[in-house]
Design a protein around this ligand. Structure first.
Ligand SMILES: [Zn+2]
Length: 345
């Protein structure tokens, strides 16, 4: 059997070493597994293609064969060794690599560094600062920042995500603003006016919806926290008539609340935060973690980039019960179909 066929057939089943590795994914395994560029290529193939190579051109699974490089290795146009692994689809006859259609495609950054960045961002609870990626991976600040933006793009939930159903907590907060105002005014207080953001042009309003049963959270930037805006946002994310809504006692949810199976409120004005199993605590916890990270790790997030940070936080929060391995696999599976060019940033 030729080496090419051997490789192709090996990939039709999950190699046992892969499961061994991935079950115990931790930083020492990661470093070993991702420190070598050719191992990183094989690792990504195994993660993206557990049932054999998937042709990105025609979608056929497992029929592609490995193209063995002449002289044992490939070189780039400048003569350097290339670790690119090429496959050829037996159906449509087109060549492809595991990078086609992913956020890694056409990147100059070695794949091993990408995988390490992916791991760092998916495993760290409060997020990773760009300078940590820069220092750990030995890439420039600008490259680190760009990699992180692309990884956040992968963390975004897909556009075809099914609407949330169940008991949904809805709550809003404000992000940003001048440092000295941030904690007094940015955070919602029982006695503060919700209209505050209108007088604080440097603050951005954020709505978060938490599914109590699944733990999934969906956040988005909203123009303001008035009824019609919140209603429209909730309608897009939730199957309203099949769900129960938990909010604080703000009149902006009342109208839509009547369309839910039930709408329960806790009265923050009267310092009531929990009544039975009714509370908005899940959303408060989420906001707390988000703000700690923005203050402590990122220091400042512009309004333009806030949606991508929210995608990162939603992803990590929604997958917080998963193992690091499962979360990493989930993220890798989302790296396709979301290529982000520099121009679109
Ligand atoms: Zn094909």
């Amino acid at each position: 059997m030729s080496a090419a066929i051997a490789r192709a057939s090996r990939l039709t089943v999950i190699p046992p070493t892969y499961n061994d590795y991935m079950e115990k994914l931790n930083i020492s395994v990661i470093v070993k597994r991702f420190s070598d560029e050719s191992a990183a290529w094989e690792c990504l193939e195994e993660m993206r293609w557990p049932n054999g190579p998937v042709c990105p051109h025609c979608g056929v699974i497992g029929t592609a064969y490995f193209i063995q490089p002449k002289n044992g290795h490939r070189t780039t146009s400048t003569g350097k060794v290339s670790y690119r692994r090429l496959w050829k689809c037996a159906d449509c006859r087109k060549p492809f690599s595991v990078l086609v259609g992913t956020i890694f495609e056409r990147s100059q950054v070695p794949l091993s560094k990408w995988l390490l960045a992916l791991y760092m961002m998916s495993a760290s609870k409060n997020g990773v600062a760009a300078f940590e990626i820069h220092r750990t991976l030995g890439v420039t600040n600008k490259t680190a920042w760009f990699m992180m933006m692309r990884i956040r793009e992968a963390m975004k939930r897909g556009e075809l995500a099914a609407p949330m159903v169940g008991t949904i907590v809805a709550d809003e907060t404000y992000i940003g603003g001048k440092k000295k105002n941030q904690h007094q005014q940015g955070r919602k207080r029982p006695n503060s006016s919700k209209g505050l953001a209108g007088h604080q042009p440097d603050k951005t309003a954020v709505l978060s919806l938490v599914n109590k049963r699944t733990g999934e959270v969906r956040s988005r930037v909203v123009a303001n926290v008035e009824g019609p805006i919140l209603e429209a946002a909730i309608r897009e994310e939730v199957q309203v008539s099949a769900s129960i809504l938990h909010t604080d006692k703000g009149s902006w949810y009342n109208l839509l609340g009547t369309e839910f199976k039930n709408h329960h409120t806790v009265d923050h004005h009267r310092f009531e935060f929990v009544r039975g199993d009714i509370s908005t605590n899940q959303a408060e916890n989420y906001f707390g973690q988000l703000k700690r990270s923005i203050d402590g790790t990122h220091h400042r997030v512009s309004r333009t980039h806030l949606p991508r940070y929210l995608a990162e936080f939603d992803f990590r929060y929604s997958t917080r019960k998963m193992s690091d391995t499962a979360r990493m696999e989930q993220l890798v599976s989302q790296t396709a179909g979301r290529r982000l060019t520099y121009e679109s940033l």
